[in-house]
Design a protein around this ligand. Structure first.
Ligand code: PPS
Ligand code: ADP
Length: 197
């Protein structure tokens, strides 16, 4: 629906904003099953970056679904629309010069690719939080797996809704039986090794 709408170029742009903030804006996109640790790790990573003086913003599934995506459920179609909106918002934040962290299941490859293609080169950093289903189910921090197994929730990712694992993510965060703080530290170093934080 972009007929008769012309894009405005502004004097102050992504580059000038990034320069004044002294950082390279990008999106660190965490994807993984419910309970894999996305929110916990994104939160710890954001704290670390914030303490370093970086300008960050964390977009978190549970929170966004209260507002911007409050009208969406968990059918495949709604999940596609959810990730489309998040991707557009993430792009705006990147344009503002900010380092964005996202914590959404984002189960479909095509939708993660959509976000990658929306952003510039090296601006989309896919992090696969690869925690096995058995571990997520055992953690079950919100009791949702139990409800899904009992049939009280339908279309639950990993149970009766698909999760398409990333094939070539920038960061593959393999599961280890360790504290969340240790995993967050490992994530930070994996990103730093590649010059992404
Ligand atoms: N059916 C079903 N499947 C998966 N998850 C469910 C479902 N119903 C509710 N929840 C809760 O919603 C959170 C996932 O929202 P997302 O926006 O990340 O999902 S998605 O990316 O659109 O697939 C997810 O949060 P996380 O556990 O933090 O991943 C759940 O708490
Ligand atoms: N190494 C770890 N990394 C991340 N979370 C962990 C780890 N070990 C235990 N946990 C716990 O697992 C749960 C993960 O939940 P959450 O971060 O909400 O996951 P998600 O956002 O992917 O649904 C939290 O209760 C967290 O404390």
């Amino acid at each position: 629906m972009t007929t008769n709408i012309v894009w405005h170029k502004h004097e102050v742009n992504k580059q000038t904003r990034a320069e004044s903030l002294g950082q390279t804006p990008r999106v660190v996109w965490l994807t993984g099953l419910s309970g894999s640790g996305k929110s916990t790790l994104a939160n710890l990573l954001e704290k670390k970056l914030h303490d370093e003086g970086k300008h960050t913003y964390l977009l978190d599934g549970d929170n966004i679904r209260h507002g911007l995506c409050g009208d969406l459920g968990f059918s495949d179609t709604d999940r596609v629309e959810n990730i489309r909106r998040i991707s557009e918002v993430a792009k705006l934040f990147v344009d503002s010069g900010v380092i964005v962290l996202t914590a959404f299941i984002s189960p479909f490859k095509a939708d993660r690719s959509f976000c990658r293609n929306l952003l510039g080169e090296n601006e989309f950093v896919e992090v696969f939080v690869d925690t096995p289903l058995e571990v997520c189910e055992q953690r079950d921090p919100k009791g949702l797996y139990k409800k899904a197994r009992n049939g009280d929730i339908k279309d639950f990712t990993g149970i009766d809704s698909a999760y398409e694992a990333p094939v070539n993510p920038e960061i593959h965060l393999e599961y280890r039986d360790e504290s969340a703080e240790d995993t967050a530290e490992r994530l930070y170093h994996l990103l730093a090794e590649k010059g992404l934080v």
